[in-house]
Design a protein around this ligand. Structure first.
Ligand SMILES: *Cc1c(COP(=O)(O)O)cnc(C)c1O
Length: 228
């Protein structure tokens, strides 16, 4: 991949414009720069362009980047989220400094993150990943299950559930995208009335961010659309 700063800036600004036009609350919406595609060298260039909110999906690469991008003032302003499937034995690579874990896809994982967070005395913010389409191949918890068991999910001392995340089936059409995202919006509204710190709705990637914006996403996770 050849990194073209001009293209990245243009695409980023275009998405910002779409947020202003189509979001019910533009001031709440953040673009998470999905940086998993970038080597250390290219990532360094992107940091120098001024972007500061990144998402990684592999625990080791997350750890390596955090190891490299530190000890300089410009790195103090960076926020790093984790968005990929997280294995229990890799929580240790991210737990010390992660800003938000988007991909807590089971009660067991939530419990384990809580255990690890406790050992370092740090309350960690997480999102519950929802399997909105109910497809067996998709990660996440189904809404019905959450509704049944939610008190347990919100009962931990060292993890704070700040909202929900979802990924749609790759072949969803526009109408399905709108309807899945709207269900996510309703879910967030419902739980934000029970727990006032539930504020985030992480949804929308390169091929469905427009529908996500319209349905109240607060974090868009954008990768390829930024540099293509
Ligand atoms: C890669 C990835 C994205 C970004 O995907 P694009 O289609 O490149 O925008 C978003 N969320 C997750 C969980 C990812 O793994």
């Amino acid at each position: 991949m050849i990194l073209n700063e001009h293209i990245i800036r243009n695409n980023y600004n275009q998405i910002m414009e779409d947020i202003k036009k189509y979001s019910p609350y533009p001031e709440k919406v953040k673009i998470l720069f999905v940086s998993k595609y970038f080597s250390l060298e290219d990532h360094s260039k992107i940091i120098n362009m001024g972007y500061n909110y990144f998402g990684e999906n592999r625990a080791q690469l997350y750890r390596d980047k955090r190891e490299i991008f530190k000890d300089e003032e410009k790195y103090d302003y960076l926020k790093w989220d984790f968005i990929g499937r997280l294995q229990k034995n890799k929580i240790k690579y991210i737990i010390d400094n992660v800003n938000l874990i988007h991909s807590v896809d089971s009660y067991e994982l939530l419990k384990e993150v809580n255990e690890k967070a406790k050992t370092i005395n740090r309350v960690v913010d997480v999102l519950i990943q929802i399997n909105i389409s109910g497809e067996k191949s998709k990660a996440g918890i189904e809404i019905e299950e959450l509704n049944r068991e939610y008190e347990q999910y919100f009962s931990f001392q060292w993890v704070k559930v700040r909202g929900f995340m979802t990924m749609l089936p790759f072949d969803a059409n526009d109408e399905e995208k709108m309807s899945y995202f709207y269900k996510m919006f309703e879910l967030k509204q419902k739980y934000s009335m029970k727990y006032d710190y539930v504020e985030e709705l992480s949804m929308g990637m390169s091929n469905d961010y427009m529908q996500a914006i319209k349905n109240g996403a607060t974090i868009l996770r954008i990768g390829s659309k930024l540099f293509k």
